[in-house]
Design a protein around this ligand. Structure first.
Ligand SMILES: NC(=O)c1ccc[n+]([C@@H]2O[C@H](COP(=O)([O-])OP(=O)(O)OC[C@H]3O[C@@H](n4cnc5c(N)ncnc54)[C@H](OP(=O)(O)O)[C@@H]3O)[C@@H](O)[C@H]2O)c1
Length: 300
């Protein structure tokens, strides 16, 4: 049985991915900083990247999936928060790779998360994996540093894959749990002028995409994890409204109030992201949910 280790696997994507990977006959263990999870369940292994601790207990994975990182939108971007957002990805990734080097473990694949924030505000221009980052934007800078750190994994694996992940759609958390709150009560808020593109992916497709990357040939791969249909923020909100409560009114949440409340973090919702998924499709991946309405109908 092929073995997977997921760093940061206690989070939303990690939990969904563990389930799907186990259903596909992989053995899965999760690296967590939370000691109590490890005491309660042997599929959790303890690490503390900040204290240089890693307790693999002899577990030798074939594949490592690296999802660790402090929540991007969980708190306001103060100087300290920004440092934590970067360190929890960059230092953590470097620590993981260094430890595997020291142990002399050779992996089949090392899959590392990145984000479509790499591209900054794309406006109406379709970007692909060859497009340049916008390095004067914080999230773009985070992604560049994160991907550079992950690139060091070429020394411990034959297949290094970086996934630039878009807004992941799942129930009970993430972006949808913020967007769907007021709809049952009759109000659906699109953000700013609503013209910015919103790239998304159904969580099930993302999990299957991660499994698909295990089958890629040797090399250093980068893919956008984005569904086919990219609506504007207005059309996304309208579709969500139609699925949850068609009677709800569509109302704008103006840019100035979002900037006032969220500060620099408002870029996450006001930036446009129009991003190609051609490369992953050309590499043999098929989406189960290419269309937004079908994805939302499945989730709600
Ligand atoms: N969800 C999305 O829409 C989306 C979109 C693009 C990219 N991504 C990226 O994909 C990755 C996984 O996303 P997710 O939604 O599953 O995130 P999540 O639910 O926040 O989980 C991330 C995990 O990272 C670990 N972590 C948190 N703070 C950390 C720190 N300071 N140092 C080391 N580890 C830390 C936590 O595990 P323990 O507490 O168990 O150690 C946590 O469970 C993240 O890096 C995220 O930025 C997500």
């Amino acid at each position: 049985m092929s073995k997977i280790l997921i760093a940061g696997g206690s989070g939303s994507i990690g939990k969904a991915f563990s389930k799907i990977a186990r259903e596909n006959n992989y053995e899965v263990k999760i690296l967590t900083r939370q000691k109590k999870l490890c005491t309660a369940d042997s599929s959790y292994l303890y690490w503390s990247p900040i204290n240089g601790e890693l307790e693999l207990n002899g577990y030798q994975p074939n594949h490592v999936v690296n999802l660790s990182g402090a929540g991007i939108a969980d708190e306001k971007w103060t100087k300290n928060r920004k440092k934590l957002i970067i360190d929890s990805r960059v230092k953590t990734t470097k620590f993981l790779i260094t430890q595997f080097k020291k142990l002399g473990y050779q992996l089949d694949s090392f899959i590392s998360a990145s984000a479509i924030g790499y591209y900054g505000d794309t406006g109406d221009n379709l970007v692909d994996e060859t497009s340049d980052p916008i390095t004067d934007e914080f999230i773009s800078e985070v992604c560049v540093l994160w991907e550079q750190a992950a690139a060091e994994a070429t020394s411990i694996c034959s297949n290094l894959t970086i996934l630039r992940i878009s807004t992941v759609l799942f129930r009970g958390g993430g972006a949808l749990s913020k967007m769907d709150k007021t709809i049952p009560f009759g109000m659906a808020n699109y953000l700013g002028n609503g013209k910015q593109y919103l790239s998304w992916i159904h969580i099930e497709d993302l999990c299957h995409m991660i499994l698909h990357t295990f089958t890629l040939p040797e090399g250093h791969h980068i893919f956008n994890a984005v569904a086919d249909e990219t609506p504007t923020n207005f059309n996304f909100t309208k579709t969500l409204r139609d699925v949850i409560n068609p009677k709800a009114l569509l109302m704008p949440a103006p840019s100035f109030s979002l900037k006032l409340i969220l500060g620099e973090m408002s870029k996450i919702v006001l930036n446009s992201s129009l991003i190609s998924n051609e490369k992953i499709k050309q590499n043999g991946f098929s989406f189960k949910y290419p269309n937004l309405k079908e994805a939302l109908k499945n989730l709600y």
